[in-house]
Design a protein around this ligand. Structure first.
Ligand SMILES: [Zn+2]
Ligand SMILES: [Zn+2]
Length: 300
């Protein structure tokens, strides 16, 4: 028992995997977008897939259809009926516009269990309002002659969380940590420890969120970023906003240099008038490790 505890402690300290594991963990970029209506980048959502089970972090526009696209490419854990567990980083609309989709679409497609969702204060009220907004739809679908559904769609297991251990099963341990994101009272990043990998996901965050300490040589650090060259051409009022709410390429380079992830994955890229190549160049000028700029449906 003591030996197991020591091994677990050692694995957590180094950010490494527990020994003897056979599992395969993948990070699937369902949507890498921002509030900008870019048709190539759907709303923010990342799936951590451990073998046959998926865990979502955020649920932007199109989340269920992006998951279906990943399923079609062979990741069976992202079938609509298997979308049962999700974590919200914060309640900005671009990150949560898919909540109604996630509650209702898999239910119609006969998901056997209710959605369970973890996130900041306000998530319960948002969920209840969405269910109320669809009251007529739910009434017609349950009593209007549609074949029987697996569970009551009004039931969503909502957990409003605080930083610390928020979820654990036999495949994954999920720890939430507070990040700074402008005026939001609560915003979280999540650290996933699976049998074979440690994955840290920030979604939206300013540069002062201690991500390096959360990663500590983790296997994959998934981090937002904005282009300094693009930023320089933004109006002053937007510059004030972005520098307070988000993380620049140079700032991210410094964070990643301390964190030393096996792979740094960029998403929620704010590029503006610059280019993706320039964005990567900017990060690389401040960070020597392996870095990629993600697109929707990339798998790491
Ligand atoms: Zn965002
Ligand atoms: Zn945000």
């Amino acid at each position: 028992m003591r030996r197991i505890a020591l091994l677990v402690a050692a694995a957590l300290l180094t950010g490494g995997a527990l020994p003897g594991a056979q599992s395969q963990t993948r990070v699937v970029m369902l949507g890498t977008g921002t509030p900008n209506a870019d048709p190539d980048r759907y709303g923010p959502s990342v799936a951590v897939v451990v073998d046959e089970t998926s865990y979502l972090v955020d649920f932007g526009v199109g989340v269920v259809r992006r998951a279906a696209a990943a399923e079609r490419s062979g990741i069976k854990a992202l079938a609509a009926t298997k979308l049962t567990t999700a974590f919200a980083t914060h309640l900005h609309s671009d990150h949560t516009l898919g909540l109604a989709d996630l509650i209702l679409t898999p239910w119609i497609l006969e998901r056997p269990t209710p959605l369970r969702v973890y996130g900041p204060r306000g998530l319960r009220a948002m969920t209840n309002h969405l269910i109320a907004a669809y009251a007529d739809d739910l009434r017609i679908r349950t009593r209007g002659g549609e074949p029987r559904h697996g569970h009551d769609p009004r039931r969503v297991d909502v957990h409003e969380i605080v930083p610390g251990l928020v979820y654990r099963d036999e495949r994954v341990t999920v720890t939430a940590f507070a990040v700074t994101h402008g005026a939001w009272a609560q915003a979280f990043g999540y650290r996933f420890q699976t049998p074979d990998r440690t994955i840290v996901i920030s979604w939206d965050t300013g540069p002062e969120s201690g991500l390096a300490d959360q990663c500590r040589r983790c296997d994959v650090l998934v981090h937002e970023v904005y282009s300094e060259a693009g930023f320089a051409k933004r109006p002053p009022e937007w510059q004030a906003y972005h520098s307070r709410y988000h993380t620049s390429t140079r700032e991210l380079g410094a964070i990643a240099s301390r964190a030393q992830p096996g792979l740094l994955v960029l998403y929620h890229q704010l590029i503006w008038s610059s280019t993706e190549d320039e964005l990567l160049k900017e990060v690389r000028s401040a960070y020597a490790g392996k870095v990629v700029s993600a697109h929707d449906l990339d798998v790491y």
